[in-house]
Design a protein around this ligand. Structure first.
Ligand SMILES: CC(C)NC(=O)[C@H](Cc1c[nH]c2ccccc12)NC(=O)[C@H](CCCC/N=C(/NCCC(=O)O)S[C@H]1O[C@H](COP(=O)(O)OP(=O)(O)OC[C@H]2O[C@@H](n3cnc4c(N)ncnc43)[C@H](O)[C@@H]2O)[C@@H](O)[C@H]1O)NC(=O)OCc1ccccc1
Ligand SMILES: [Zn+2]
Length: 234
């Protein structure tokens, strides 16, 4: 039985209808670049605009379903392989496909917390998906009255310490690494494939396009995630 680490990015969820980071800028948000919108400064400046963007994205995630690629990773785990999923994605499609112990380097869209006291908060369910561009006032914290923010890692914010150390431990312990659907532009996550290579691990990249990772990969399958990952089962 093999010990496999999957490093996944937005391309992993593209076939489930989740827009990749750069494609999630429609309507009102299209005049912003993601790196500027996904920041604490933007939230403080205009909480309703940023919260509206995240609720719109959360609604898309709730409408989406895992695809054959997500299921293939979960199947490898069910077949007894040691599988660890380290993702930059803030959606829950890996978990919904059956993967366990998924490490979210950049947080989770469907978890929120108070920006002041950190209390975890579960905002009211999304009844009607907000129209793209819709502003929505973030709820207030029941404990301190502070603003509730999405449980994601914004640009300029440190990654969760535990997630980052689990990622490094997994790469050190694994036999091989499969990198799926990332452009390899966002640090420090983008440094993990090179770290795996430096640790002597075989690195396979699955991405229809060449990316910032391809140089660090031993193999590149120019395939969409759904096809490339199913091929791993054969
Ligand atoms: C843009 C980049 C230059 N910026 C950074 O890297 C910055 C740091 C930085 C600033 N200036 C710099 C200059 C140089 C180097 C670094 C920096 N990093 C940070 O700010 C990090 C935090 C980064 C995390 C930001 N949050 C995200 N997401 C959560 C929020 C949200 O979602 O709203 S990042 C977000 O964007 C990234 C998107 O990238 P990808 O996932 O790769 O997706 P992308 O769309 O780019 O590409 C998709 C790929 O899929 C492929 N594809 C398409 N379809 C398919 C398909 N069907 N199948 C397979 N593949 C497919 C495509 O070909 C393509 O290659 C993901 O990481 C995603 O999580 N924090 C930090 O540095 O803090 C400091 C610090 C340190 C200590 C103490 C205090 C502070
Ligand atoms: Zn609070």
């Amino acid at each position: 039985m093999a010990h496999i680490v999957f490093l996944t990015g937005a391309g992993m969820s593209a076939e489930s209808g989740i827009p990749t980071f750069r494609d999630a800028l429609t309507g009102l948000w299209s005049r912003f670049d993601a790196e500027r919108l996904a920041t604490a400064a933007a939230f403080r400046r205009d909480p309703a605009m940023v919260w509206g963007w995240y609720r719109w994205r959360a609604a898309r995630v709730m409408q989406a379903q895992p695809h054959a690629g997500h299921r293939a990773i979960a199947a490898l785990e069910a077949h007894g392989h040691r599988v660890e999923v380290i993702t930059q994605n803030v959606d829950d499609l890996h978990e919904r496909a059956g993967s366990t112990g998924v490490v979210h380097l950049h947080g989770e869209l469907l978890r929120s917390r108070c920006i002041d006291c950190g209390a975890g908060e579960h905002p009211d369910p999304i009844v009607r998906p907000p129209a793209d561009g819709a502003r929505e006032e973030p709820p207030r914290c029941a404990a301190c009255g502070g603003l509730i923010r999405p449980g994601v890692v914004w640009f300029g914010e440190a990654l969760p310490v535990q997630a980052w150390s689990r990622a490094q431990d997994a790469l050190a312990a694994c036999d091989r690494v499969v990198v799926v659907g990332t452009s390899g532009l966002v640090q420090p996550a983008a440094s993990l494939p090179a770290l795996a290579r430096a640790l002597g691990k075989h690195v396979l990249e699955i991405n229809p396009q060449r990316s910032g990772v391809t140089e660090d990969a031993d193999e590149h399958w120019a395939l969409p995630a759904s096809e490339g990952l199913v091929r791993l089962l054969e």
